[in-house]
Design a protein around this ligand. Sequence first.
Ligand code: PLP
Length: 408
Amino acid sequence: MGASLLRVAVSPLRRDIAPRDLARALPSVDAAVAEIRPEEPLHCLRPQAITAAARSFVEAFAGKTLYAVKCNPDPRVLSALWRGGVRAFDCASPAEISVVRQVLPEASIHYMHPVKARSAIRMAFAGGVRDFALDSTDELEKILAETGAPDDLGLIVRIALPKGGAALDLSGKFGVAPDEAAALVRRARCHARRLGLSFHVGSQCDDPARWRAAMDLAAWIAAEAGVKIDVLDVGGGFPSAYPGADLPVLAAFMAEIDGAFEALVERLGAMAPDDLWAEPGRALVAQGVSVVVQVQARRGNALYVSDGVYGSLSDAGALGWRYPVRLIRPSAAEKRPFTLFGPTCDSLDRMDGGFQLPDDVAEGDWIEVGQLGAYGASLRTAFNGFDRGHLIEVSDPPLLPTPGYAAA
Ligand SMILES: Cc1ncc(COP(=O)(O)O)c(C=O)c1O
């Protein structure tokens, strides 16, 4: 008994969701709360919203859409994306490759992590993966050694970008510096059937011009390298709606990308639409999950609730991310900002986002926290044993629509 309990306590929460709950579908979050009266976090999945967002993106983007699996690897999320037309997946670990292979055997998988374990490269290659990201000659040698350098290899060189306008900067960890990229690109060319360039402008980037600047940089690197480029991957970073965000519509991002791609083709020569890739994560799935928490205590403007930064609200902690919230009962009381505390004993389990709720919120109430489909469930831990929850499907609309995406 000891061993199995310990294993459960250190496993990611997803496995703790009782199987009987997986089959349940209820018309709305309110109906679910009325029936379940959950003391533990209640994850409310909206598959139709995910399918609708995926379809909007796939139809608006001129190239091939690769979903970034890290954002939310739940099998039902993957299936909902497939129904929305997503056929390709950006994986970053053997576990992500396995889940996609199991759920969607027809999917095309691209291994887009620029630093991989040797065994991970072998596993991916044996499972049919042929496209691998890299940002150094060491990684290139590793990929060639572990795959046996076949003649159908795709090599995608990730470029580092300067810190940009995104809410979450991703510039510090991966990517070859632009002035060193041409040499790596030339070297990779000798071994690649498909040679690509990729970048990531940073997550939740609300400035479409960042894509144009990064694509212009990629074109400059390709011209410096003087070799043919087969693929341009414009990464993820497309934003989703959060309180206070004033986002351009999806079409505005696509207009910049289309314009920059045209300029790139003019400079470098013909490329087919399918040679343009994107790796959206957040924009496809954020609105697809909300989590219902219960208020366990109220102290002034602080609410002690059943999920927190070690659960699905990690970005609400240190990053101060603001999520939409809604009290699940009618209230005429005026709204005021609240701080939330999560259920663990750590004083860092605190969310200062100024969550706007009616002033009469009290112990026992339930609150729906929206937009947690991206990096919510996937970042959960079992710290302090607070790893239990329930998952249901609902079909009411998400709390916030994202501009330019079709409603479910
Ligand atoms: C390589 C890569 N591609 C795509 C994504 C997805 O980014 P987003 O969720 O901002 O669209 C990430 C996120 O970290 C990433 O590292």
